[in-house]
Design a binder for this molecule. Structure first.
Ligand SMILES: [Fe+2]
Length: 338
């Protein structure tokens, strides 16, 4: 194995077997010896320095006071205790026994949860092959667990991020009671249109997020302009026109959406180039912004506004989108929206 040497915990009471194993593998693995149960668990105490594999002898020889030797399957008791510790479940426990005890070994694999067995009296390469395979498997499982953990953390962070963004969007909408829920609806429609365009999931998510935040710059618009019931003067309209740029300034510190904030900047561009702030025309306007313009306008038309108490019906608003397709709106976006 080219990577870090595998760490083998060799749980064995018989010195000759220990000597043979060390003689065969001292250069290949870091070998830790445990001659009894106590030594075995003391090796497993430090959870940040656990072995990659446990080789466990099943039959242990005990000597009576009269000097009589008997074989006991003490390895099974050790196995049970190892398996009872959840944090050790990733370490493969391999029964290490002689060919003559093969039936017992298979029974222990089936009932006791050992992963495999290796013949003490097998050849060096056969043993090495099995040990290496199990170490490799264990390390891959560890990597997988780590990746899984990172994914869960990433998902939690994204979830928290979205909750904060929604709270932010609600704060913007609450400034103007006419636009209650506006950002969430725009985000929802924009997401659906983006999905119909067959965009990547990251792009769809970005467009949805920007849908929630597109009007964040309105936070700086004085109420007497934002909530004005009548027509705006040119000066007042100039103040309104600042909100996409103000939104960009507010959102720039948020790294998650940094590469998407140009969609905020261009959410009032018109397809024919008469929008603001850049006056971009046609496909020069980012697709996400072209989608947001349609979703934003549709919601504005179908909800009450200071300048229009009665919202348009969905049919009338859709007709308006069709009528302005090619001038105010991108025809392809209108088609997907309808
Ligand atoms: Fe806006």
């Amino acid at each position: 194995m080219s990577e870090k040497k595998g760490v083998v915990l060799f749980v064995e009471d018989e010195d000759p077997d220990i000597d043979v194993f060390q003689g065969e593998f001292k250069d290949d693995y870091e070998i830790r010896i445990a001659r009894n149960e106590q030594e075995c668990f003391s090796e497993l105490k430090n959870k940040s320095d656990l072995p990659d594999i446990i080789l466990l002898d099943i039959y242990w020889i005990t000597t009576s006071p009269s000097g009589e030797e008997t074989r006991h399957p003490l390895g099974i008791e050790i196995l049970k205790k190892i398996k009872a510790e959840r944090c050790l479940d990733i370490i493969p426990v391999i029964i290490y026994t002689r060919q003559g005890d093969a039936t017992d070994a298979l029974k222990i694999i089936k009932e006791g949860g050992a992963q495999d067995w290796i013949r003490k009296d097998g050849g060096k390469y056969e043993k090495a092959h099995r040990i290496d395979s199990w170490i490799k498997t264990k390390r891959l499982q560890e990597e997988l667990r780590q990746k899984e953990k990172e994914l869960v953390e990433e998902r939690t962070t994204r979830k928290t991020f979205f909750e904060i963004i929604k709270a932010f969007a609600n704060a913007i909408d609450s400034k103007d009671h006419y636009t209650h829920g506006h950002s969430e609806r725009v985000a929802k429609w924009a997401r659906e249109v983006a999905r119909r365009f067959g965009l990547y999931s990251t792009e769809i998510e970005a467009i949805e997020t920007i849908g929630l935040l597109h009007d964040v710059g309105k936070i700086g618009i004085p109420d007497n302009i934002l909530l004005k019931p009548g027509d705006l003067t040119n000066e007042e309209f100039e103040v309104i026109k600042k909100h996409p740029m103000d939104g960009v300034s507010i959102l720039r510190p948020i790294t998650y959406i940094r590469e998407w904030i140009h969609l905020v900047r261009n959410h009032h561009e018109k397809f024919d180039g008469t929008g603001y702030p850049d006056g971009f025309k046609g496909e020069k306007i980012p697709l996400g912004s072209r989608i947001l313009v349609v979703a934003d306008s549709y919601d504005a038309m179908t909800s009450s506004r200071p300048y229009r108490k009665m919202p348009l019906s969905s049919e009338k608003a859709k007709k308006e989108l069709s009528d302005k397709s090619g001038t105010q709106f991108d025809p392809k976006v209108v088609e997907k929206f309808l």
